[in-house]
Write a protein that binds this ligand. Structure first.
Ligand code: GUN
Length: 297
């Protein structure tokens, strides 16, 4: 038996269609959702991600304001731009691409974003809401993973979920989301003893560790559901290749469902960013969230 492939590209197109519909409903009310993205420096991968975010926003009718700042910008100038965007009524969402250069205090930057314009859910207030199971902004990548899990219509309640990686961007919020779904959660990380034995117990594996082909077939219980969050660039046979944190070819023979890289979580993250932007726009304008989007949950 080989695993069913969870097609993130196809699923993300469906989410995007729903976002587009919601945007058209807002535009009928003369409300024009806008997303501002900020990138500091010229890291090649981050630049591509941010360009794709802006391009996808435009595709669904969200106005995109892209700000590219030099690597050595002073922290106070970045904070000044965020403050201007906080006050700009055309902007409903503000995304600061991470990681930021080391001379900038990321926490300070993320906390300076108006919580009602935070589309990443990394702001202190919004991050706290997930942990209290209150309605807020769910970080885009974990939200994308959750929608992927929902798409296979499996009961999440009671499942053993192991999250590999404890980042603020993926691992920690993912664990909390799955806890909110009544999963039993375990986070493993670089200092965990016996990672492979713990992963072997999982019904659901979320791999978000940032190491190419980290999860091997022997670590995976037969029939487990595996979501691969990794985006790792490697050189294979002299060619650049994008691979995940899961050894795809091995694990597809063991898992029941597996998300590929590329074409898995990546496109879902972008669609969820667009969805969060529309959510924030609707909330800021005191409009009920469009049903077609809330139905995705
Ligand atoms: N860097 C890697 N993933 C993300 C993300 O989801 N949001 C932001 N802002 N930066 C990132």
């Amino acid at each position: 038996m080989t695993a069913n492939i969870i097609d993130g590209k196809q699923l993300s197109s469906k989410v995007k269609e729903q976002v587009k519909l919601a945007v058209s409903q807002l535009i009928k009310k003369q409300i024009y959702p806008g997303l501002a993205t900020i990138i500091v420096g010229d890291d090649a991968a981050s630049s591509i991600y941010v360009k794709n975010k802006g391009k996808s926003a435009k595709e669904v009718g969200i106005k995109s304001f892209q700000h590219t700042l030099p690597e050595y910008i002073e922290e106070k100038n970045l904070l000044k731009l965020i403050n201007e965007l906080n006050l700009n009524d055309s902007v409903d969402g503000i995304l600061v691409q991470l990681p930021l250069p080391r001379h900038i205090n990321s926490d300070l930057v993320l906390d300076s974003i108006d919580p009602s314009k935070d589309v990443d859910g990394f702001n202190l207030l919004n991050a706290g809401k997930i942990y209290l199971s209150r309605e807020g902004v769910i970080p885009c990548t974990p939200l994308g993973c959750l929608i992927m899990l929902r798409s296979i219509k499996t009961e999440l309640r009671g499942k053993n979920a192991v999250i590999i990686g404890r980042s603020n961007i993926v691992g920690k919020p993912m664990a909390q989301l799955l806890l909110n779904e009544d999963c039993t959660i375990t986070i493993v990380h670089s200092k965990t003893n016996n990672i492979s034995e713990i992963v072997k117990e999982a019904d659901i594996i979320i791999a978000a560790v940032g190491i190419a082909n980290f999860v091997k077939a022997e670590w995976v219980k037969k029939g487990a559901i595996v979501i691969d969050v990794g985006i790792n660039r490697i050189i294979l046979d002299g060619k650049n290749k994008l691979v995940g944190d899961v050894n795809f070819n091995e694990v597809k023979e063991i898992a029941s469902y597996l998300s590929p890289v590329p074409g898995g979580v990546g496109p879902m993250t972008i669609s969820c960013l667009l969805m969060n932007t529309v959510f924030q726009c609707a909330r800021r304008n005191n409009i009920d969230l469009p049903n077609n989007l809330t139905d995705l949950f």
